[in-house]
Design a protein around this ligand. Structure first.
Ligand SMILES: [Mg+2]
Length: 442
């Protein structure tokens, strides 16, 4: 009995790390081409996966950084060593800089790689005029941290937060990593026989509610500083692509920035917030989002709690037979590079894909998770990678078709590392329990 339970947990460790790689590799071509958003096109691509040359779907920064986290944890017997992790990020980047890293994090890598570095968290704190980044880089790589025994839950949250802070010091950035690690962890230990999607989301809301209360000032100050930065000269390319207005003039970055400047002066504060997706502060949500919101308690001021509630509404709508449109998912949950516009989306992809989908009738739930995430367009590799890691932790390696593993670069390596991490986590817990063998009767 004991060995059956452990075999299944081992399979879930494997499913998680391999699932993350597959989401990254399958999602990456869509991010480059911008051809997500059409389920038909995604289906056509998926049909070809079994016949592509082995390893020809290449991984990007998501996998490169997740591998560094896994390797660091394995090297130190499951212990978190910030300086080692920071050095691994930097050296992985310098070995293969062409893996699609975000432009801003490169400055952090340069500082992390410096021999004189004393504090692994210092370089990230200086980003964006001191507000730090709230991109999804901390969350996209955090799945291995979620792979641990339930007894280690509190410690896991701390590691998720700290490992994210090496590059993402804004509360929105590291809270996104906490949410993603918890989503993986709860999926890992969930019993499919009794699993309830809404209960799963409620648990995540409970966790994020206490996390977001810990640093409300940080959230607020960080967002205000970031807003000021947006209005100024530090808008990244990715944020430019967030601009929704069409027209040829928006294609030029200087025109775009001048428009931003102009808009900043003539729009009301509420309109500006809306323009930049800064509506997460709770009290300044758009009408649509407010109507999605059930209650206005103090905890709704946290963006992640708010998004998880919206997500739950979508699930309830679907359960009642109402179609939830992809456009609505993108509008309310997001498909961007910022953590709060992508982590809740990834969780939704996993939960939504549990049921059959008309768009992807010939694929299992793990595959549907990946394909649906890509069809949402936007930051396809990262959202599919995060969703794939959660789905893999839930369904196990058996749900991932062999040809998909073969097609994706780095998937075999993830399989091996998952085994090593599993051995460490199981043995660490067993040795800690020591003489408390009577518990095993349970
Ligand atoms: Mg990537």
């Amino acid at each position: 009995m004991m060995s059956a339970v452990r075999a299944s947990l081992r399979s879930r460790f494997q499913g998680c790390l391999v699932g993350g790689v597959i989401g990254d590799c399958v999602g990456a071509p869509f991010e480059v081409t911008g051809s997500g958003g059409s389920p038909r096109y995604v289906r056509k691509f998926a049909e070809k996966i079994p016949s592509v040359p082995p390893g020809s779907l290449q991984f990007t920064d998501d996998t490169a950084m997740a591998r560094s986290i896994t390797a660091s944890l394995i090297q130190h017997n499951g212990e978190y060593k910030p300086m080692d992790m920071a050095k691994r990020f930097a050296s992985e980047y310098s070995k293969e800089p062409g893996r699609g890293y975000g432009g801003n994090v490169i400055d952090v890598f340069a500082a992390l790689g410096d021999d004189k570095l004393k504090d692994a968290y210092e370089p990230a704190k200086k980003q964006f005029g001191g507000s730090g980044s709230y991109g999804n880089g901390g969350a996209m790589r955090v799945a291995p941290v979620g792979l641990c025994m339930e007894e280690r839950f509190i410690q896991m949250i701390e590691i998720a937060k700290s490992s994210a802070q090496i590059t993402h010091s804004n509360a929105l950035g590291y809270n996104g990593a906490i949410l993603q690690a918890c989503a993986v962890h709860l999926a890992l230990h969930a019993d499919p026989k009794t699993f309830c999607r809404c209960t799963y989301v409620d648990k995540l809301i409970g966790i994020m509610s206490s996390q977001e209360k810990k640093d409300p000032d940080d959230n607020l100050k960080g967002a205000k500083r970031a807003r000021m930065t947006f209005m100024g000269k530090e808008m990244s390319d990715d944020e430019v692509s967030d601009d929704e207005s069409g027209g040829p003039e928006t294609q030029g970055v200087y025109c775009h920035k001048l428009r931003v400047l102009k808009n900043g002066m003539v729009l009301t504060r509420g309109e500006r917030d809306d323009l930049y997706g800064m509506t997460f502060m709770g009290k300044e949500m758009s009408d649509d989002e407010v109507s999605d919101e059930e209650s206005g308690g103090p905890e709704t001021q946290g963006v992640y709690c708010h998004k998880l509630r919206v997500l739950k509404k979508f699930l309830e709508k679907a359960d009642n037979g109402t179609d939830v449109r992809m456009d609505d998912v993108v509008e309310h949950l997001g498909n961007r590079i910022s953590a709060h516009y992508s982590v809740p989306t990834a969780i939704y992809c996993f939960l939504n894909a549990m049921h059959p989908m008309n768009d992807f009738p010939d694929y299992n739930a793990f595959q549907r998770t990946i394909l649906y995430a890509i069809a949402l367009d936007g930051d396809t590799d990262t959202i599919a990678s995060m969703a794939g890691a959660i789905a893999g932790a839930y369904y196990g390696i058996e749900a991932i078709p062999k040809p998909w593993i073969t097609a994706c670069e780095g998937a075999e390596d993830a399989l091996k590392k998952a085994d090593d991490l599993y051995s460490i986590m199981v043995n660490t817990e067993t040795s800690k329990e020591g003489a408390a063998t009577s518990d095993e009767e349970k």
